[in-house]
Design a protein around this ligand. Sequence first.
Ligand code: ZN
Length: 222
Amino acid sequence: MILQHGDFGLGTFENVDGEMVVLDGNIYQIQGDGKVSEAPGDAEAPFAVVTRFVPQVDLEIAPIRSLSELEKLCDECRSSNNIFYAFRLDGLFDQVNTRTVSPPRDHGRLVDAAKEQAEFKFSQAKGTLVGLWSPGFSSAISISGYHFHFLSDDRLRGGHLLACAAGPLRLRMQAMAAVESALHKNPAKGRAYAPSATAPRTSMLQLRLVMRAIRLFPLRAS
Ligand SMILES: [Zn+2]
């Protein structure tokens, strides 16, 4: 269950059947053909990063001509390279390039999924970027650096963000210091993995494959 871990985030679906956007407590699935649908609350996800979004920063940013310009503006809001940040950007996007993954035709391994993907270009699209910035040390369990998924206001377009240009955007940001992982049952072992301080350290690659969701906690204001 994704939504019990948070109401905002991103991820992928079981059998890598599309990109996930979790926004305002709804789960959206953007499939390989670009079709957007609302996923059931009990949708399974091999990987999802979600949080209860309570922004600590809420401001308007100047128009951006590229994704790298957007990332620079987001950088100016971050004060640390050692914690996680969730970003929400809303507004009119002049141009958005996305990609979506499809299930591998031969039910191949997850790592082969990136080969089955389609790219889309949208222009003059009102929508939202759901973003996550992850520290370098987390690269085995998340995508380090920025990771954005786009969803249009009409809920017809979206995907994993490759490029964008936009007018002024509303930027909201939340810093998160703690990470909790909720792990899938590992079918190979026939038992559930429970995160525990006393559990033997599993290799990070194995953690990634069995990971179901990461929950990020708001940083306490001091
Ligand atoms: Zn993505």
